[in-house]
Design a protein. Structure first.
Ligand code: ZN
Length: 160
């Protein structure tokens, strides 16, 4: 099982690198391991830097099936935002309210290397934005409006 990278590990703050296509076998194997890790750790999503590689890959456990997004970017965001509670496998035990756009237009490559453009909304849009933030070295605690659980834990992590 890929071990989880948690704060204050500095690699969570490093920007990730683009993934070249077609995917190498090594990257394909890593993606399989990411999906397994997301399910085992019971996350709704996982970004590659959270399991040890600073490359632009995220996986999301959508209602249908785990979905892999390679080189994902948010191209456009709705003016309308909402506030929801978030947590993160890399910030264990901490939860807080984050304001994010409700609808986003995103672009990414699928496993075959096709460039996909789609509009995501509500929960999926939120998870996508949270995971893409990881690729830019951003954690939800950077954007949090209010910590709802684990404020003491967060303080300890930041003191390390
Ligand atoms: Zn996270």
């Amino acid at each position: 099982m890929l071990p989880l990278v948690t704060i204050p590990n500095p690699s969570l703050r490093q920007p990730s690198q683009p993934v070249s296509l077609p995917l190498t076998q090594d990257v394909k194997d890593f993606i399989k391991d990411m999906v397994v890790a997301m399910i085992e750790y019971d996350g709704v999503g996982l970004a590659a830097p959270q399991v040890g590689r600073n490359i632009n890959i995220i996986v999301i456990n959508t209602e249908e099936a785990p979905t892999v997004y390679i080189n994902p970017v948010v191209k456009k965001t709705s003016w309308r935002k909402d506030k929801q509670e978030e947590g993160c496998l890399s910030v264990p035990g901490v939860f807080g309210v984050v304001r994010r756009p409700i609808i986003v237009t995103v672009e990414y490559n699928d496993l075959e290397g096709n460039l996909i453009s789609e509009e995501l909304n509500s929960f999926l849009a939120r998870v996508f934005q949270h995971e893409v933030d990881h690729l830019n070295g951003i954690l939800f605690t950077d954007k949090v409006l209010e910590i709802t659980k684990g404020a003491d834990l967060l303080e300890q992590y930041l003191k390390k």
